[in-house]
Design a binder for this molecule. Structure first.
Ligand code: GGG
Length: 358
């Protein structure tokens, strides 16, 4: 039997609280479907490590986790002690870049039992996937500050859109749409305002679309697209977006469904040359850390995506994924719910309920 080696990095804040729940459900699902997992726990990647070592990860982090099959990651950021741009660039964004995890796949859907934040007639029919470009775009570290601290201060930050990086995410999004019934793709753009990068991004979408005549696709400006997420979210199937736009849309989407505590994400290197990373969409949530009320579902569902990806989205991993999602669905119809879902359950109680429903 293949044993999959998984690096476990809890990181900061509620990452430390939701990770144990993710591990127990993922481990149980793996056992149920005959998958062997070996978890390797690391205490770096979060701000506690930074405060001791003045860096987020050890110098040889790539040697340590480069041969793992996947990384299971909690959350990063503790702005009271380490500025967010330092913690994120020293940890999660470094993983994405250095392991070429160029796809950030973020499913968004409604669940029976979860009160939708929207009151539109079809709000309970939300079921779409945000495919976010994950290695370039607006998340660039190219730029600088001139005349810093003076009244002549000038700040520049460049966005980076390569043909290689853009075409591959668009292609992945079209392929994702091909696998779904609706065969519909929305390409997020802002070509009326960002007059160089975004008309070019649109032209790449037009070029890549030539290979997918079966897909009905439109490009939509990010402003009206965001409004439509709120007004008619049920009309979306697959949405592809640049790094920043995708980040925003993939928080907005689950917020519309009721809570971002449910939302999972898969940072994928589809070629499997490097480990892929699975993490909830939410961050470290310092405002609720320590209260034991964080919703563990984003972490657990991310673990399900990991199992599916590990076995190439088929076989035991796909079955384990489906079983976890079914257990989540069943739990959400019950009364054991964390406060973001209107209940009073603790993080552990909710994790136990999902485990019991597996
Ligand atoms: N669980 C992921 C996490 O901690 N995310 C923090 C965050 O702010 N991420 C920004 C991003 O995904 O670009």
């Amino acid at each position: 039997m293949t044993t999959y080696n998984i690096a476990v990095i809890t990181g900061d804040g509620i990452g430390k609280e939701v990770m144990p729940e993710g591990l127990k459900v993922v481990q149980a699902a793996a056992e149920k479907f005959g998958l062997s997992l070996n978890f390797h726990h690391f205490d770096w990647g979060g701000c506690d490590y930074y405060l001791e070592h003045n860096r987020m990860m050890p110098e040889n982090w790539k040697d340590i986790v480069g041969d793992m099959d996947a990384i299971y990651f909690g959350a990063v950021g503790w702005p009271d002690t380490v500025p967010d741009h330092i913690s994120l660039w020293g940890s999660i964004l470094t993983f994405r870049r250095e392991f070429d995890q160029y796809i950030n796949m973020r499913p968004v859907r409604t669940f029976e039992g979860v009160k939708c934040a929207l009151s539109t007639p079809k709000a309970n029919e939300i079921d779409f996937i945000v495919v976010r470009e994950n290695t370039e775009g607006e998340y660039s570290s190219i730029g600088g500050i001139m005349y810093e601290g003076t009244d002549r201060e000038v700040v520049l930050q460049q966005s980076v859109f390569s043909r290689h990086g853009t075409d591959r995410v668009l292609k992945y999004a079209f392929e994702t749409a091909m696998r779904r019934e609706a065969k519909d793709l929305t390409v997020a753009t802002k070509s009326n305002g960002m007059a160089i990068s975004m008309p070019w991004w649109d032209s790449r979408a037009e070029a890549v679309a030539q290979d997918y005549p079966e897909i009905s696709w439109t490009k939509q400006h990010i402003d009206i697209l965001s409004a439509r997420f709120v007004m008619n979210p049920e009309r979306f199937d697959v949405v592809v977006a640049s790094n920043l736009f995708g980040d925003i849309l993939s928080d907005l989407g689950p917020a519309c469904t009721g809570t971002i505590g449910l939302a999972p994400s898969a940072n994928l290197n589809p070629e499997r040359k490097f480990p892929s990373l699975f993490e909830p969409v939410h961050g470290s949530a310092p405002d609720i850390y320590g209260k034991n009320i964080a919703n563990p579902i984003g972490m657990i569902w991310s673990g399900a995506l990991m199992l599916s990806f590990l076995t190439q989205d088929s076989g035991a991993g796909a079955s384990a994924h489906d079983a976890i999602v079914t257990a989540i669905e069943k739990t959400l119809k019950g009364a054991t719910l964390t406060p973001d879902l209107g209940g009073e359950a603790s993080t552990q109680t909710m994790g136990d309920a999902i485990l019991a429903n597996l």
